[in-house]
Design a protein around this ligand. Structure first.
Ligand SMILES: Cc1ncc(COP(=O)(O)OP(=O)(O)O)c(N)n1
Ligand SMILES: Cc1nc(C(=O)O)sc1CCOP(=O)(O)O
Ligand SMILES: [Mg+2]
Length: 227
């Protein structure tokens, strides 16, 4: 089960920003879902398990089936939110979270499991998992970003391309990405982009989402050939 791309075939992931007051964040999620975001990932690094569960359920309610909803880091929170009736489509796991093989077993085949891969060794480890373990890789950072303190080294578009070339898995570019990067990242092999600030900090998150969608449409192979 791959993260469902929009009609232009380019995946747009919104990762929630815990710096934004939660009521505003739900407005952002609603606007982005209306404007065609493909995936909303609930990220709440400093929340308790109980608070993270509350946020995951509320985000899933706000999305209301218009995009996939993933939980960052916490398989237990994804399971608990599902148990409470929320539509949770999967998880995004980092290198220090539960192994993707465990997540796959616990969450089942019809669940999205994404994994962070920032180095050649991570890419090779991703390829070594049994087929069907992972749906996509998050690869970054493209640029320095204040959203993730102590983020991994900056790859730039060229560094991203080098990592993406090592795997057949879809690679989602993350870290400092803006809509003006979409064409270059797609040309570099990105199956999509994941953004926090570019949508969450925008005055008009719907317009910000549409700017990514428009850029992705211009970056489709057909549109490139037609230019
Ligand atoms: C799509 C996507 N890619 C990478 C990440 C980073 O995940 P992780 O390495 O677990 O870091 P945190 O987000 O937990 O700080 C991501 N969240 N999404
Ligand atoms: C959550 C996250 N993970 C990253 C990684 O490279 O693993 S970069 C990042 C933050 C992305 O936020 P923004 O779009 O505001 O730069
Ligand atoms: Mg993580």
């Amino acid at each position: 089960m791959n993260p469902r791309p929009a009609g232009d075939g380019f995946g747009l992931h919104l990762v929630t920003d815990e710096r934004v007051p939660f009521a505003r964040l739900l407005e952002v999620v609603d606007a982005a879902a209306s404007a065609g975001v493909d995936v909303v990932q609930v990220r709440a690094k400093s929340a308790s398990g109980r608070e993270f569960l509350r946020q995951a359920r509320a985000v899933a309610d706000a999305v209301a089936g218009r995009a996939l909803v993933l939980v960052n880091d916490r398989v237990d929170v994804a399971l608990a939110a599902r148990d409470a009736g929320a539509r949770i489509d999967g998880v995004h796991l980092g290198q220090s979270d539960l192994p993707p093989t465990t997540a796959r077993r616990l969450l089942g085949a019809h669940t999205v499991v994404g994994w962070t891969a920032n180095t050649p060794a991570h890419l090779d480890a991703a390829s070594a998992f049994p087929a069907g373990t992972l749906d996509y890789l998050g690869v970054g950072v493209i640029r320095p970003t204040s959203t993730k303190p102590n983020h991994p080294p900056v790859l730039g578009v060229e560094g991203f391309a080098g990592l993406a070339a090592r795997t057949a898995l879809p690679c989602i570019a993350i870290g400092g990405v803006v809509d003006g990067d979409v064409v270059a990242l797609r040309d570099a092999g990105a199956a999509g982009v994941a953004v926090v600030s570019a949508i969450c900090a925008a005055d008009d998150p719907g317009a910000a989402t549409r700017a990514f969608r428009t850029a992705a449409a211009f970056a489709t192979p057909g549109a490139v050939a037609a230019r």
